[in-house]
Design a protein around this ligand. Structure first.
Ligand SMILES: *Cc1c(COP(=O)(O)O)cnc(C)c1O
Length: 360
């Protein structure tokens, strides 16, 4: 069996080219006679891998010099704790709750200080992004937190909230490197890489230098203190070496594809094919407010659970994998990250049309 079209929300599809290159280098990385998995994280070869990776992501995202780029472990979920531990100087933060991941971060922050939910879209099952142009943000809030792309619900912030001068912290796990960003608008951008950038096990955190200090909450573990990691250039302890190596290859692939502007155009083209069909279909329907639709995660339903199940099963048999919606929302979800080729979405829509004809 060949490769399938993999619509998994994460871990997710990676560029085939990257996987092939990694396969070629598996037994002997560039004449070292060993795999990247087998080499010291203090070796010359790995030093080049991590430095190149940092250089390339800086170039792709146009990251200013006063931001550090950290390669961390623990998943995005561990940053739910690290963010308040490192930033809650006044013990207070504002959270915009637009889905499960934002809610988890909000709940985690409550363990460390006063987390205030200043906006939420829970009233309509997180199917939209609330108006964040004039929120009631406490003056002494240390930061405003968002989950920029809501992986489970398929919404995305198209404009960033008005933080009224407060530091913006964003979990970008499922929209990392999908389009250009203005890094200067954020204090912290972080994400697990397993959605759009690489294999599970790496979190990339891009943090403005003035936010990296020794002044953290009492009891903050050494490993969760950003300063520990920043001072050691992400090599305080053994980093997720192999994952970082693959991320580095993905950065080079994106550069070759034309960078983030090109990625955005590619992603918009792909998403439009699917959304256009959802808008005209009599059977399938998108679940998100059109203005807030994500380019990466596209949830949809037929309105009939049995038919949803039948669709997922038949799609799987036809080579379209992982279209089942998140267990908390049901229905279907197609995650169409950077590495999903346009043909994958075209063929999925063809298949959906056929299914619609046969089932209406
Ligand atoms: C997947 C995901 C997470 C959780 O990531 P882990 O690395 O499993 O902790 C957090 N936030 C968002 C937006 C996600 O999509």
């Amino acid at each position: 069996m060949g490769r399938v079209y993999n619509f998994s929300a994460g871990p997710a599809v990676l560029p085939e080219e990257v996987l092939k290159e990694a396969a070629e280098e598996m037994l002997d990385y560039q004449g070292t006679g060993m795999s990247v998995m087998e080499m010291s994280h203090r070796s010359k070869a790995f030093d080049s891998i991590i430095k190149d990776a940092e250089k390339d992501i800086r170039e792709l995202m146009n990251i200013p010099d006063n931001y550090k780029v950290l390669f961390l472990q623990g998943g995005a979920s561990q940053q739910f704790a690290a963010v308040p531990m490192n930033l809650m100087k006044n013990g207070k933060a504002a959270y915009i709750v637009t889905g499960q991941w934002a809610k988890k971060a909000y709940q985690e922050a409550q363990m460390y200080g006063e987390a205030v939910a200043v906006a939420s879209s829970a009233d309509k099952t997180f199917s939209y992004i609330p108006d964040c142009s004039d929120l009631d943000i406490p003056d002494d809030a240390d930061y405003v937190y968002i989950c920029e792309n809501n992986t489970i619900y398929g919404t995305k912030f198209k404009t960033l909230p008005n933080t009224k001068g407060h530091t913006l912290v964003a979990d970008v796990s499922s929209c990392f490197l999908s389009e250009p960003v203005d890094v200067t608008k954020y204090g912290v951008i972080y994400g697990g890489v397993q959605k759009n950038v690489g294999p599970a096990g790496v979190v990339i955190a891009i943090i403005r230098e003035d936010l990296i200090t020794d002044d953290v909450l009492p009891g903050t573990p050494t490993m969760l203190k950003w300063k520990t990691q920043a001072d050691a250039d992400s090599l305080y302890n053994t980093p997720p070496c192999y994952g970082i190596y693959i991320c580095g290859k993905v950065f080079k692939w994106i550069k070759k594809m034309g960078g983030l502007e090109a990625m955005k155009a590619h992603n918009e083209k792909k998403a439009k094919i699917l959304y256009d069909y959802l808008d005209e279909s009599k059977l399938f329907k998108g679940t998100v407010e059109p203005k807030d639709r994500s380019l990466m995660n596209v949830p949809f339903v037929t309105g009939n659970d049995e038919l949803d199940k039948k669709f997922v099963a038949e799609a799987k048999a036809a080579g379209f994998e992982n279209l089942k919606g998140h267990r908390t929302v049901g229905g279907m979800r197609a995650s169409i990250y950077n590495a999903m080729p346009i043909e994958g979405v075209e063929k999925l829509v063809e298949f959906m049309k056929k299914f619609e004809a046969e089932n209406s």
